[in-house]
Ligand binder design. Structure first.
Ligand code: ADP
Ligand code: MG
Length: 253
């Protein structure tokens, strides 16, 4: 989707993060337009997860500022009120490598739970929305199963439905297919592609270069906590300028 001229949905400026002595993020800037999809790639340990976690304040940055949907949600030196953090997490859904479903609840109950807790929806309201979303991710026949009865790909699709149930404006994905058998990945990628086509604003950390090429408007390459390259897939993946990007793309492609 061409996002030129669309409003800026998320703006991160100079995001820094240090763990102990180690500077993990060295000042990352990113502006994401409404309806844009950004793939984040880079070597293991380069700070991709830390960066994406900073965007919904699962990690508190040590420097920089963050605006989401026109609201400042973080500015270094100022504590973000808990209420603003809760608001932010409703607007920004997140899907992790591990699915983190409640083992003792069915798929349907897992998707209901967040809606009941965070949005205060009634059981009836939540159930209607959960049915809709579980159908959308292709799990209409598995709603009453527990996580252990589902494949990794199915569990991840429940996790995606659960995140979507809060009606987020932005979705963050951190290597959503890494813990899934290769043949089950396709169905998760299919759901993500669908979501992208529906115009959801998405940031996705991924190892799936081919998927990034097809589904992302822009690809961002991070190494050692810095953005070395960002641009359309045809540029960053097919004609990378930076030698580090060239080596990375060659190795994984
Ligand atoms: P990536 O997702 O690109 O593989 P991460 O953001 O997970 O990279 O990690 C970047 C670096 O930060 C790694 O060296 C990792 O060990 C370190 N790190 C991540 N989280 C923490 C933490 N909570 N405490 C200490 N070090 C961390
Ligand atoms: Mg990671």
């Amino acid at each position: 989707m061409n996002s030129q001229g669309k409003p800026i949905t998320l703006s991160a400026k100079g995001i820094r993060k240090t763990f102990g002595e180690k500077e993990i993020l060295r000042g990352i800037d990113l502006e994401v337009h409404e309806g844009e999809q950004i793939a984040i790639i880079g070597p293991s340990g380069s700070g991709k997860s830390t960066f994406i976690r900073c965007l919904n304040l699962l990690e508190t940055p040590d420097g920089g500022s963050l605006e989401v949907l026109g609201q400042q949600v973080f500015h270094a030196g100022t504590k973000t009120p808990d209420r603003s953090v809760r608001e932010l997490r409703k607007q920004v859904g997140m899907v992790f490598q591990s699915f983190n479903l409640f083992a003792t609840y069915t798929a349907l109950e897992n998707v209901n739970l967040a809606q009941r807790r965070s949005l205060g929806r009634s059981l009836a309201e939540a159930t209607v929305r959960s049915h809709e979303l579980l159908e959308r991710v292709g799990l209409q026949d598995h709603m009453h199963k527990h996580p252990a009865q589902l494949s990794g790909g199915q569990q991840q699709r429940v996790a995606i439905a659960r995140a979507l149930a809060l009606d987020p404006k932005i979705m963050l994905f951190d290597e959503p297919t890494s813990a899934i058998d290769p043949e089950m990945r396709i169905e998760v990628l299919h759901v993500m592609r669908d979501l992208a086509q529906s115009g959801m604003t998405m940031l996705m950390v991924t190892h799936e270069i081919q998927f990034a090429e097809e589904a992302a408007d822009r690809v961002m390459f991070i190494a050692d906590g810095e953005v070395l390259e960002i641009g359309p897939p045809a540029q960053v993946l097919s004609a990378p300028q930076h030698p580090r990007t060239q080596r990375f793309v060659q190795a994984v492609g």
